[in-house]
Write a protein that binds this ligand. Sequence first.
Ligand code: AMP
Length: 513
Amino acid sequence: MLHSEFESLGLMPACLEALRHEGYEKPTPIQSASIPSLLAGRDLLGCAQTGTGKTAAFALPTIQRLTTAANKRQPRKARSLVVAPTRELAIQIDASFAAYGRKTELKRACVYGGVGKVPQIKAMERGVDVLVATPGRLLDLKNDGAIDLSAVEIVVFDEADRMLDMGFIHDVRKIIALLPPKRQTLLFSATMPAEIESLARSLLDNPVRVDIEPEKPAVELIAQSLYYVEKGCKRDLLVHLIKELGVSRAVVFSRTKHGADRIAKTLHLAGIPAGVIHANKGQGNRTKTMDAFRAGETPVLVATDLAARGIDVDDISHVFNFDMPTEPETYVHRIGRTARAGASGSAVSFCDTEEKRLLKQVERLLGTAIPVVKQHPYAGVKPAPTEEDLRDAMFEARSKERMRARGQGRGRQGSPLGAPRGGQAQSPRQQPAPAGGQRRDGRQPPRGGQARQDGQRGRGQPDRRDGSGNRQGQGSPASARPAPRRDAPRYEPPARSSRDVRSVIDEITGRRS
Ligand code: AMP
């Protein structure tokens, strides 16, 4: 029978129907390992990432227990609470509860910062069965008297290590103090730093432990490549590669918000529709950007590490590490956005002279060197900085100063959005070369040479003409920067067959189970 495996976990018909509607045929390992114990009311400590089916593993038993328990909703109270580090993740979790609970009468609310409080306060007025929240806004609304956590029966802390990284651990402790002692508690964390371990010890009562680690196998499924390129040529190389590599849907990771904006601008001018997502974008804007990316209207999403773990979009063919991450683990999270692609995912990293140290850290973590693409149109090109580069360098130096000052002033000025503590702008950054000092006139990129990717499949011709007809890499190295054209033809990503999420999950998680 089709759903016998889900049935044998003890799930009720309403959940089985929802799963059928989702097209899930069998449980993922984390679901098999967690659901029976959670239905029995046990606490759980889970070591798992997004992509393993973790959300359903905690949402299904929560839905079932809330449905079968006799307790009623009460004004401003939540019967269950899921705490997540980012708004994106909170929204995704809420959507999962909506999908898995479609055959139930459960009421939900999702609260997060960056948007008005009033609709969230209204949503809580009569009480809810499921409340998904980011820590800051949750405490805000609690302090406003709009949320009461005294009736929480089930609480889930998702991506606890990330909450720690983002400086939310104090908020998490405050939230815990507001919960009733008699409850079921679930805690998920991809890694177990000492603080999370001690939190887990104090929080959980004889928990079941579930350990699913998709990261390493996922990395093995991704074709990784590395391009040594100077900072001033990175954006041109990106435009070139998006057109050259048959990119259908890509995420480009920038270390800074300002950098992300600049990348998106360059892509637009080259006819490549791109959305930008970072902390300075309002929530409405972020949601619109994610929707357009999901729908394929914008084939490229430029993001800061805010999005490194939260993006749950299928069919991402390429991840570009425009800047090397300051924390090696971030590299794995970033490229994991394409892990859902199984063997067809590609991760392309750019490394400039000053990022070699960061690259070494990543390679140490991976236990292997990333294959280098030696021949490309910008190999060895050292452009003189433009005025914009100089402005950027000043901007970065200033924001670094500000971050440092704030870091000294306040202990809790952790990394925004999942970057290492100390902030995105604290990474060592490239200073521009003195104007004219690095020009090496006469050095041209190889003419139409075959792009070769060591240890990987060939990459076609690095034609010095980009799709808009601009000549790239001609004349002096400084002119390797093609003049942006406003009339560049729109980039049409190649069609890509849709992937079977189930088999990807089976493949990734099955290796470890
Ligand atoms: P998560 O780890 O919760 O972010 O889930 C990753 C993806 O797997 C989501 O797109 C889910 O819809 C999907 N998924 C979860 N459980 C299953 C399952 N049993 N079979 C197929 N897909 C699933």
